[in-house]
Design a protein around this ligand. Structure first.
Ligand SMILES: NC(=O)c1ccc[n+]([C@@H]2O[C@H](COP(=O)([O-])OP(=O)(O)OC[C@H]3O[C@@H](n4cnc5c(N)ncnc54)[C@H](OP(=O)(O)O)[C@@H]3O)[C@@H](O)[C@H]2O)c1
Length: 362
């Protein structure tokens, strides 16, 4: 590609797309050359907000993909469109940033993985917390043996998602959102895999999963606004259980527990616990054999994964990493092949709700 800037098409002009655009604008090797979405009004608004002039604007992905100079496509549409959009982008030979979750079932997941493999394009999936500063710090400490052999991890996505979210109308429905673990909890499952992986760029493989689901919000129109401390009861209902809990066994023998909780009455939190045979982690507090005579928890003063706001998410780190992968012709640790496994675990766990039995993978 020489010294030419990589051209970017952002598809789906909603909430998260603004952060993708900002990150590409800040990267010295990329330039946003086109935006596409369902409505031209959304495309224009997004372009204007980003100060982008003279770019391609489309309501049709096929035409947008033919815009001159597009090398990378960011898929920022609702999740039920990700597989179809990704396959279309692979057929046009583009590298792809795919928002999570990447697919709504195993058929879609396999089809998109096969399409990416045969096109030989690069991908990154937006498990963006891998670039959160606390995640980066903990991962490097794990790889540096600060906690020894990791034998137990926990991660929980606790977020009362509701109608304030522009994506809620699609995400709350069973046929387009599927379930809470897929919509939001996938971040927690990815985190557990990441922290159970002992090496710098390793996300651990799950060999067995068992799951329960429950909570109280399914079918109700009740919503809680924790900022105002108020309730409303006229929003469209969640069509699936807001609580799911997975127990995991990893290939290393380590065990994990992840949960998603859309029913919680509190602000967003993303608690993390990691236990190794030489130390432990509770969020940003660590205990390690590397500090002989340690008497108190050491608190790392860094940025925690403690906000649901996309402006707080480290998209810059994700995009810079992906551009680097493209320029240096190497695969991302967070590519579709890796995310395939996270999604496969979620779809396998759905069997537990029918059979009441653990499922072995693959
Ligand atoms: N990685 C993260 O941390 C993170 C954070 C937030 C969201 N996400 C994910 O990002 C995805 C998008 O979420 P969001 O919050 O940005 O949702 P959103 O605000 O609803 O944006 C989605 C956009 O997709 C467009 N769209 C809908 N149907 C379309 C179609 N058939 N063809 C073309 N465009 C279509 C809509 O465009 P119009 O306005 O033109 O109708 C809308 O603007 C979801 O999968 C979500 O889970 C990830």
């Amino acid at each position: 590609m020489g010294d030419r800037e990589l051209g970017v098409l952002v598809h789906g002009a909603g909430w998260v797309s603004g952060e993708h655009i900002k990150a590409f604008q800040n990267n010295p090797h990329t330039r946003v050359v086109a935006i596409s979405s369902r409505k031209m009004e959304s495309v224009r608004r997004r372009a204007q907000q980003a100060g982008l002039e003279g770019i391609g604007m489309y309501t049709d992905l096929d035409r947008a993909l033919r815009h001159e100079g597009v090398d990378i496509v960011s898929v920022c549409t609702p999740q039920h469109l990700h597989a179809e959009n990704t396959i279309q982008a692979t057929e046009a030979g583009k590298h792809i940033v795919i928002e999570k979750p990447v697919a709504n079932n195993m058929q879609e997941l396999r089809a998109m993985r096969d399409a990416v493999r045969s096109a030989g394009v690069k991908t990154v999936v937006s498990f963006v917390l891998r670039w959160n500063p606390l995640f980066e710090t903990l991962k490097s400490l794990i790889a540096d043996d600060a906690f020894g052999r990791v034998y137990y991890v926990e991660a929980d996505y606790q977020h009362h998602i509701a109608s304030w979210w522009t994506g809620f109308e699609d995400a709350r429905k069973k046929d387009t959102g599927v379930g809470a673990m897929l919509v939001g909890g996938c971040h927690a499952l990815d985190a557990a895999r990441w922290f159970a992986g002992q090496e710098t760029e390793e996300a651990a493989r799950v060999v067995e999963v068992f799951a329960y689901r429950g909570g109280w919000r399914k079918g109700t129109g009740l919503e809680y606004n924790y900022l105002a401390g108020t309730w409303s009861d006229n929003s469209p209902p969640l069509e699936y259980e807001g609580l799911e809990v997975f127990l995991l066994r990893f290939a290393s023998g380590a065990i994990g527990k992840v949960s998603v909780n859309f029913d919680c009455i509190m602000p967003y939190t993303f608690p993390i616990q990691i236990f190794g045979d030489k130390g432990s982690v509770k969020d940003n507090r660590i205990w390690s054999h590397k500090f002989p005579g340690q008497k108190k928890w050491i608190e790392i003063p860094t940025i925690l994964p403690d906000s649901a706001d996309v402006t707080h998410h480290p998209f810059q780190g994700e995009i810079d990493h992906f551009v680097n992968c493209i320029l240096n012709n190497r695969e991302s640790h967070c590519n579709l092949e890796d995310a395939y496994h996270t999604h496969e675990v979620i779809f396998a766990a759905q069997e537990c709700y029918e059979t009441g039995r653990p499922v072995k993978l693959p």
